[in-house]
Design a binder for this molecule. Structure first.
Ligand code: FAD
Length: 369
């Protein structure tokens, strides 16, 4: 490392995805000096990979493509004067509210008064014999390759996992020129929205529930996989094995919060499988158990970009209020915070959101009521 610098800001936001950008924009609108840090070359987090139209309600930009939402947020961040540190990894978050950052070969220490951690999620993996062969990768990695790097990682694909990520990435691989042979799902039902499943089924993709990949084979690279039927105890049904030639396996078996910085700062955690595993305990304004450190988006429980944006807004407004910088009275602030919480509640209605809403409510009632 070549140098060490001491930087200062009023609010540091780690992660420039939809949650982080919304937190930064809300605080900057109130005149807070905000610095947002992201390890990528471009801000936007997952949004620039998402070429499909978002689902949900119009109020939450349903029908707009992910990257268009990303562009809107970037324009606002620029308009309100958010400072953006790109190509910068936050490697340490300390209880005295300092952040260790590496940019290129320089290390800097950012001293801040409030922090929003919005680092997003990481993909889960699944091991089976042969799973370390090249061309077996997370569906998110394949999505980054096709939609950001414009590289087609394989031409004959099998996807493991039928949640929305597995279904959408399968569709986008077809759009990018690959053939998707099948989506294999261990459960007895499709995990994601039927609209996404129907779209790929119409294109000839088999969706095989009660199935799994039992092994991957190949000399130097992936050449074929063996799939098999499984029973309700997840045991392979003997005699059902089938070998399929493929050159790409996409694993889409869920995401979990990317929360190392939260652990490092000493936050309290609770386990909620419906939110992706251990999540940092937070109050209704997204403040963690450490005063001055807020969490927002997938790091605070795996959901969607629309909920990430609302949580980011809540954290940004609450942090501005705690800094004494809100350009509005307390009454107006509480009504804006209440409206954001109400939008979150509405977003969490429906088959996928309800159990997440219950989990979030459980945390708040356990620790804060
Ligand atoms: C295939 C797919 C389709 C989806 N479709 C939809 C949809 O239609 N509608 C919808 O609402 N949602 C959708 N989502 C979900 C949505 O993308 C995420 O919920 C949302 O992006 C979460 O936002 P976030 O800001 O919490 O995290 P992210 O968007 O993941 O952003 C986190 C950012 O933090 C950065 N970061 C992490 N750690 C560090 C560090 N230590 N230092 C510096 N930077 C760091 C990351 O590089 C990243 O840029 C989809 C997701 C996938 C994978």
């Amino acid at each position: 490392m070549e140098g060490r610098f001491q930087l200062k800001t009023e609010l540091a936001v780690i992660g420039a995805g939809p949650a982080g950008l919304c937190a930064a924009i809300e605080a900057a609108k109130n005149g807070v000096d905000v610095t947002i840090i992201d390890e990528n070359k471009k801000p936007g987090g997952q949004l620039f990979k998402q070429i499909h139209r978002f689902f949900g309600s119009e109020e939450h930009l349903a029908g707009t493509r992910g990257f268009e939402i990303g562009n809107m947020l970037l324009e606002d961040a620029k308009k309100y004067g958010v400072k953006v540190l790109l190509d910068s990894v936050a490697w340490g978050l300390f209880p005295d509210l300092t952040i260790g950052i590496s940019t290129d070969k320089k290390v800097s220490i950012l001293k801040t008064e409030k922090v929003v951690v919005a680092t997003g999620a990481i993909e889960n993996s699944l091991s089976f014999p042969g799973w370390t062969l090249p061309n077996i990768m997370g569906a998110g990695a394949a999505q980054t390759m096709i939609n950001i790097n414009r590289v087609l990682p394989g031409k004959k694909v099998i996807t493991l996992g039928s949640g929305n990520v597995g279904l959408i990435v399968s569709y986008q691989l077809i759009q990018a020129g690959a053939g998707v042979v099948a989506v294999v799902e261990a459960l007895d039902h499709i995990g994601g929205y039927m609209v996404h499943a129907a779209k790929i089924a119409r294109m000839g993709v088999k969706i095989l529930t009660n199935h799994t990949i039992t092994k991957a084979m190949g000399d130097k690279f992936l050449e074929k996989v063996e799939i098999a039927k499984i029973d309700s105890n997840f045991n392979v049904v003997k005699g059902s094995e089938e070998t399929i030639k493929v050159d790409l396996v996409c694993i889409a078996v869920g995401l979990r919060p990317l929360s190392e910085l939260c652990w490092m700062a000493g936050m309290r955690f609770e386990y909620f499988s419906e939110l992706g595993g251990f999540i940092p305990v937070h109050d209704e304004n997204m403040q963690s158990n450490i005063e001055g450190i807020y969490v927002a988006g997938d790091v605070a429980g795996i959901e969607e970009a629309s909920t990430a944006m609302e949580e980011g807004k809540l954290a940004g407004i609450a942090a501005s209020q705690a800094l004494g910088k809100l350009r509005m009275g307390n009454q107006e602030a509480s009504s804006i915070l209440n409206e954001a919480r109400e939008r979150l509640r509405t977003l969490r209605l429906g088959p996928f959101g309800e159990y997440r809403y219950q989990a979030k409510e459980k945390i708040i009632s356990k620790y804060y009521n």
